[in-house]
Ligand binder design. Structure first.
Ligand SMILES: NC(=O)c1ccc[n+]([C@@H]2O[C@H](COP(=O)([O-])OP(=O)(O)OC[C@H]3O[C@@H](n4cnc5c(N)ncnc54)[C@H](OP(=O)(O)O)[C@@H]3O)[C@@H](O)[C@H]2O)c1
Length: 332
């Protein structure tokens, strides 16, 4: 007889729980009454946004230290690893942050008697075939998860397309860049790249659903939003919502690569050669979208994005709200 049973209110440790997706997930789990432990490099920085959640512990910890992880995983049913970087810096390399940290966390989870390890990777992550180091390192991390779990620890892997939602770093970043770019022209690299943006709340719902659910063990979930867009459509839409007038000019591949080479030296690295290579594979679901298989209806971008892209104090804000209510907020 199988000894696997479903845990209804799992105690969960979240690595990267202070981030964009982590904060939404933590709030969801805490509201459900789950005990949530978040390990962070800087407790003071994230205190204000997380400390008020009931049943949540925010702990400053060195997440690269196996002994520290083992200590904080004690008593947890599940570990969720959300730690990820989009670009490398001198101190944060993809190999260390994606691959080695994930492997260390899996080992620590196994040693601490954790039952379920959930890793949030990225759509089209692939050790060998992915064009960018970001996607290859995510693929390598996936491989370390599936190879490292053993008999008592189970894994699930989530592979979302780009996330949208209040506080996202995708549409909000383009809104910022559009504002910073002097009018009238905004040169856009990789304009034909395709995305199926998925709502952060839907991804948090998937994690909540699969947590300690035996039928999710050993599975990978590709997660996409309900529609596909080119980057050009998304940036035009962002400009329209945020009421920014720019003529958006698509760049060819040579100029896109040149822009990436230059922008990697700007503060915050808004665009890098590795980002450019990531866009060479369309971030859309090839087969079925796992959201639907899990019974979650993907949230349309148009029902959420205007609520945070449209400046609340702009003269056009009420107009956008009316258009949204009338179902007329679709990308150009
Ligand atoms: N956002 C997207 O569009 C998207 C799309 C596909 C996949 N994903 C993946 O989904 C996961 C969650 O994404 P997110 O947008 O919520 O990420 P995020 O907001 O950037 O947060 C990630 C967290 O990782 C921790 N972190 C960052 N750099 C680190 C480093 N060098 N060493 C140790 N910890 C570090 C930070 O925690 P502390 O500062 O508290 O230590 C941060 O809060 C990531 O793995 C990401 O790759 C995201």
């Amino acid at each position: 007889m199988s000894t696997i049973r479903e845990v209804t209110h799992p105690a969960v440790c979240i690595l990267g729980g202070s981030g964009f997706l982590g904060r939404i997930l933590a709030a969801r789990l805490a509201t459900k009454g789950c005990a949530v432990r978040i390990l962070t490099r800087d407790r003071e920085r994230h205190r204000a946004e997380l400390i008020l959640l009931p049943t949540l512990q925010l702990i400053e910890a060195d997440v690269f230290d196996p002994a520290v992880l083992r200590q904080h995983f004690q008593g947890c049913d599940a570990v969720v690893n959300l730690i990820g970087i989009l670009n490398e810096s001198r101190r944060a390399r993809f190999q260390r942050v994606h691959v080695e940290l994930t492997e260390t966390a899996v080992r620590a989870a196994r040693a601490s008697g954790v039952r379920h390890f959930i890793y949030v990777s990225a759509l089209h992550a692939n050790t060998a075939r992915a064009p960018s180091y970001y996607l290859r390192s995510k693929g390598e991390a996936e491989a370390r998860v599936s190879a490292g779990v053993g008999a008592t620890l189970h894994y699930s892997i989530l592979r979302p397309s780009v996330l949208f939602g209040p506080g996202d770093s995708f549409l909000n970043r383009f809104a910022t860049l559009l504002r910073l770019c002097p009018p009238p022209v905004f040169p856009l690299a990789c304009a034909a790249a395709r995305f199926a943006p998925v709502y952060s709340g839907d991804v948090a719902a998937v994690i909540t659903r699969v947590l300690c659910a035996p039928d999710s063990y050993g599975r990978r979930y590709d997660l996409c939003g309900p529609r596909q867009y080119t980057l050009l459509q998304l940036v035009r839409y962002t400009a329209a919502c945020a009421n920014i007038r720019r003529h958006i000019v698509p760049l060819g591949s040579t100029l896109s690569q040149l822009q990436a080479m230059l922008c990697q030296y700007l503060p915050g690295k808004p665009f890098t050669p590795d980002n450019y290579r990531s866009t060479l594979v369309d971030s859309v679901c090839q087969d079925d979208n796992s959201l639907q298989q899990l019974g979650i209806t993907p949230t349309p971008l148009e029902s959420v994005a205007p609520t945070y892209l449209c400046r609340q104090n702009s003269r056009r804000a009420p107009l956008y709200r009316y258009r949204q209510q009338a179902g007329r907020m679709s990308p150009p």
